[in-house]
Write a protein that binds this ligand. Structure first.
Ligand code: G3H
Ligand code: 13P
Ligand code: NA
Ligand code: ZN
Length: 308
């Protein structure tokens, strides 16, 4: 059942969080929906502009719609991740998303407000939920790469005015996480003091944490044991920090890198262990199962199991 993030976040605020998982392939969509149904946990399927370019927007939307029929008990929202104005307008017009992110976080405050407002006006005509972002995450966001040094935490003094001016429905913040497999290269961790101040200024308002992957050490070592060359500095957000963030109003945890690492591990091990095989169905099935198991664990951690 397609549900608005508004409803999901109202229910979970301060108690548990909703996983928002980037999908690029059929195997990920099966794994995610299967786990959601099995755990009776709500989730967000999120699609980036890069994923739309890769698979085709029609293909991804059709797969998500098919999944809703295959897994009729799944409770989910369909979200555009890191859209610019054009992407967001296109997603709104397509009638296949009930949630969009307008990411104008690299613009000035005023320009960000202006761009976000335009999208909010269009989206709200159709009851589509809007996530905006204030602050700049370090790391890689699609084709935008921000140097670790240029990363700019969200300024709590700006959040109230931003939300009031734009009327956005949730806010992604930069509080120390970054995209990709090499987080916290400055060793900083999540800045809970900033999160706390944001919550004081925006009580009961849903906050979004980008860069939510755990970057499991065992996955990294299995990838490297089967021919991968991931740098020893690969690290993610600890389960403790994720859980703690929920009490500060974080309602949505974004996850992409972890499912990419799973893909790499499953396929590397398959080719290493069975060099005589070449049928994509075999590692594909394995990857579906790995995605399902990963999501079941994630729902547990976030406290979302049984909450659909
Ligand atoms: O922040 C979102 C994702 O990490 C970007 O994923 O560019 O491969 O779609 P993508
Ligand atoms: P990760 O790179 O930690 O998976 O973050 C994903 C994300 O924020 C997608 O928007
Ligand atoms: Na951003
Ligand atoms: Zn992101």
């Amino acid at each position: 059942m397609l549900v608005s993030p508004k409803e999901l976040f109202k229910k979970c605020y301060g108690k548990y969080a909703i996983a928002a998982v980037n999908v690029f392939t059929m195997e990920q969509i099966h794994g995610l929906f299967r786990a959601g149904e099995k755990a009776n946990a709500p989730f967000l399927v999120q699609i980036t502009p890069a994923a739309r370019n890769y698979a085709h927007s029609l293909m991804l939307s059709a797969m998500v719609q098919a999944a809703s029929k295959i897994y009729p008990k799944a409770v989910y929202a369909v979200h555009l991740d890191h859209g610019n104005e054009a992407h967001a307008l296109e997603a709104i017009a397509s009638n296949t998303y009930n949630s969009v992110m307008i990411d104008a976080s690299h613009d000035s405050f005023n320009k960000n407000v202006e761009r976000t407002k335009t999208i909010v006006e269009e989206a709200h005509k159709k009851n589509i939920f809007v996530e905006a972002e204030l602050g700049v995450l370090s790391g890689v966001e699609d084709d935008i790469s921000v140097d670790e040094k240029e990363a700019r935490y969200t300024r709590p003094s700006e959040v109230e005015e931003f939300v009031k001016l734009t009327q956005c429905d949730s806010l992604a913040v930069a509080v120390g996480t970054s995209h990709g497999a090499y987080k916290f290269s400055g060793g900083q961790g999540i800045q809970f003091n900033i999160l706390e101040e944001i919550q004081q200024r925006l009580p009961n308002f849903p906050i979004v944490l980008h860069g939510g992957s755990a970057v499991n050490k065992e996955e990294i070592s299995r990838i490297n044991c089967s021919g991968g060359k991931l740098n020893g500095g690969a690290t993610g957000v600890s389960p403790e920090e994720i859980v703690k963030s929920i009490t500060y109003g974080v309602c949505k945890i974004n996850i992409a890198t972890d499912t990419r690492l799973l893909w790499a591990r499953v396929h590397r091990e398959f080719f290493k262990d069975t060099p005589e095989l070449f049928d994509p169905i075999i590692p594909g099935k394995e990857y579906m199962k790995a995605n399902e198991a990963f999501m079941l664990e994630k729902f547990e951690l976030l406290g979302a199991t049984g909450k659909a």
